[in-house]
Design a protein around this ligand. Structure first.
Ligand SMILES: [Zn+2]
Length: 351
């Protein structure tokens, strides 16, 4: 099993201020590993960054630390994002101020009024509950540093204190160039890097932390009591669009949630529901039935970029999407976690 993040890694206070618009979306990759990256590795990382820069137009710079490490079996990569606690109402206001598309307008219109969210959630004893008590998990969200930047909040990250850290396997066979196609038995690094960057940009779910902490209460600094998830923030901007029925914001582990920007009336794509207690994949992913960049699996021998659902998700959480014309491909598998979002290549899925 790969690492997940616990709450402790996540919460920090943020100082908010509007960032001045300047240039286009820019990525700065910094090697934080002990071994220098090869020119091929650096070029592939930059290609992944350039891809996102071609799709998202927010004039911000995202700093990403990168290293190649020994990860868990079958794990291609992991990502851990700097997360900030923000009031739900503030996030809603930021999303509203950042509207640029019809999809944004629809997404913002679907957000609940008031200072605290009401949703279905999984309690500390695993039971389901409609949670509308206005406690910390209702009133606050965890928002990645990069996502905050997309929303116009100034975040003082640097190359030395990056928005997120990406760790890629030094043991698995990557193909670093798309020229000539991806050889069988190798994973396209650019696809994997685009996926991990997607997590850093804010494609994460707090459901993963709940899923993990159900089995590791003490490691998460929790008591194991039924109400253990009430008094701190867990959920993310993307979780605002996680529904299982019209009007049913569903942040439970497991179930059949889907991505929706109209309050659950329409399902754009299914979500995965939890590594331990869900569908076997981290909830910070789309489901497995369609090919998307943010699905949890990736097969060897293929390469692809974001699909419409991926770009719509970025749009909904506050990124400004230029124009999207995605292409189809085949299967893949990747993992994510909150705070630590892992991207793994599991050969088992799809063989
Ligand atoms: Zn992932």
């Amino acid at each position: 099993m790969s690492a997940r993040l616990s709450k402790c890694l996540a919460a920090l206070a943020v100082s908010a201020a509007m960032a001045p618009a300047a240039h286009a979306l820019n990525f700065v990759f910094t090697n934080t590993g002990s071994t220098p990256m090869t020119a091929q590795q650096m070029a592939a990382l930059q290609a992944a960054g350039n891809y996102w820069s071609s799709k998202l137009s927010d004039p911000v710079t995202i700093y990403l630390g990168v290293s190649f490490d020994s990860l868990g079996s079958g794990v291609l990569g992991q990502a851990s994002s700097l997360l900030y606690v923000k009031n739900y109402a503030d996030v809603r206001n930021l999303l509203s101020a950042d509207k640029t598309t019809a999809a944004d307008t629809m997404a913002v219109a679907s957000l609940q009024a008031g200072n605290a969210l009401s949703f279905w959630s999984t309690q500390g004893n695993g039971s389901a509950r409609f949670d509308n008590d206005g406690s910390a998990n209702n009133a606050g969200l965890l928002v990645s540093a990069a996502n905050l930047k997309a929303l116009g909040v100034k975040v003082n990250t640097t190359a030395d204190a990056p928005d997120a850290h990406l760790s890629f396997s030094k043991d698995l066979a990557f193909s670093y160039s798309r020229v000539g196609g991806t050889p069988g038995g190798q994973h396209d690094f650019i696809t994997v890097a685009e996926h991990e960057i997607g997590h850093a940009l804010g494609f994460t779910s707090g459901v993963d932390s709940i899923d993990y902490c159900l089995d590791h209460a003490s490691g998460c600094g929790l008591s194991g009591a039924a109400n253990q998830f009430e008094e701190s923030e867990w959920f993310t901007t993307l979780d605002l669009f996680r529904y299982s029925a019209p009007g049913k914001l569903d942040l439970q582990v497991g179930g059949s949630p889907y991505f929706s920007i109209n309050g659950g009336a329409s399902a754009i794509e299914s979500f995965s529901t939890g590594d331990a207690h869900g569908n076997g994949f981290q909830a910070s992913h789309f489901g497995t039935s369609h090919l998307t960049l943010m699905r949890p699996t990736i097969s060897a021998g293929v390469s692809y970029d974001a699909m419409p659902a991926d770009l719509l998700a970025m749009d909904a959480i506050g990124w400004d999407v230029a124009t999207a014309v995605p292409e189809p491909a085949s299967m893949a598998m990747l993992l994510a976690g909150l705070g630590v979002i892992g991207l793994r290549a599991q050969r088992r899925t799809k063989g």
